[in-house]
Design a binder for this molecule. Structure first.
Ligand code: PGA
Length: 251
């Protein structure tokens, strides 16, 4: 059985007081949910301040990015070791906004994944096609390239701490969710690619999240698909009631 993961990607939102207010409202709404791996990913500056308030709750802490070196002369970067120090158990790597605006490639994503996994973090590894790629019927090819590039050189043991997040770029922040069938088709393809690389047991165990305009009113339909194991949520994770409604989709 794959344990579902519902992760909130706060992007470039929430100062420390705002983040504290959000987690204070969120905790009682999700504290009895043992069936879902719950994750929130605030900005770096907020991480250490919400470590303590989250202690003893089922909410795990993630960063939205990391560097591949442990330490050194790399001005402005934050390493996996430092994320663990700040209270993180998870990290998002390869989000499309980082690929689009900050020049991340499959090769840099791969270096970051290896560093994060070696440090003991669970990685939420993001992939997804743009609208132009979907229109040109290149979706499957793009996904395969991103998966092979991102996972290159990872062992089966390392793969066990990877969660894939399929986020079609055209569905992020647009209110335009992929249909349940479009998402299921992509997820089933992704599971097949993982199986080709790591074998059927690894593919069966891999959690694959959907991301892109996930809301309380579409989560149930998405989660009913056999290959959808959770969600990476942007906009709807910024309010306690909407994120809790997504986390508690089984209620
Ligand atoms: P969205 O963002 O839910 O606001 O579409 C998802 C994401 O970018 O992870």
């Amino acid at each position: 059985m794959r344990k579902p993961v519902i992760a909130g990607n706060w992007k470039l939102y929430k100062t420390t007081p705002e983040a504290l207010e959000l987690v204070t409202s969120l905790k009682p709404l999700v504290e009895n949910n043992q069936g879902v791996e719950i994750v929130v990913a605030p900005v770096f500056t907020v991480l250490a301040s919400i470590k303590q308030p989250l202690a003893g709750s089922p909410i795990n802490l993630a960063a939205q990015n990391c560097h591949w070196e442990e330490e050194g002369a790399f001005t402005g970067e934050v390493s996996p070791k430092m994320l663990i120090d700040a209270g993180c158990s998870h990290v998002i790597i390869g989000h499309s906004e980082r690929r689009q605006y900050f020049g991340e490639t499959d090769a840099t994503v791969n270096r970051k994944m290896k560093a994060a996994l070696n440090a003991g973090l669970t990685v939420l590894f993001c992939i997804g096609e743009t609208l132009a790629e979907r229109d040109a019927e290149q979706t499957l090819e793009v996904l395969k390239t991103q998966i092979c590039g991102g996972l290159e050189g990872l062992s089966n043991e390392q793969l066990a701490k990877v969660v894939i997040a399929y986020e079609p770029v055209w569905a992020i922040g647009t209110g335009k969710t992929a249909t349940n069938d479009q998402a299921q088709d992509a997820h089933s393809f992704i599971r097949g690619v993982v199986g080709g690389l790591y074998g059927p047991a690894a593919a069966d165990a891999m959690r694959i999240l959907y991301g892109g305009s996930v809301k309380p009113d579409n989560i149930k339909g998405l989660m009913a698909q056999p290959d959808i194991d959770g969600a990476l949520v942007g906009g709807a994770s910024l309010k306690a009631d909407s994120f809790a409604a997504i986390v508690n989709y089984q209620n």
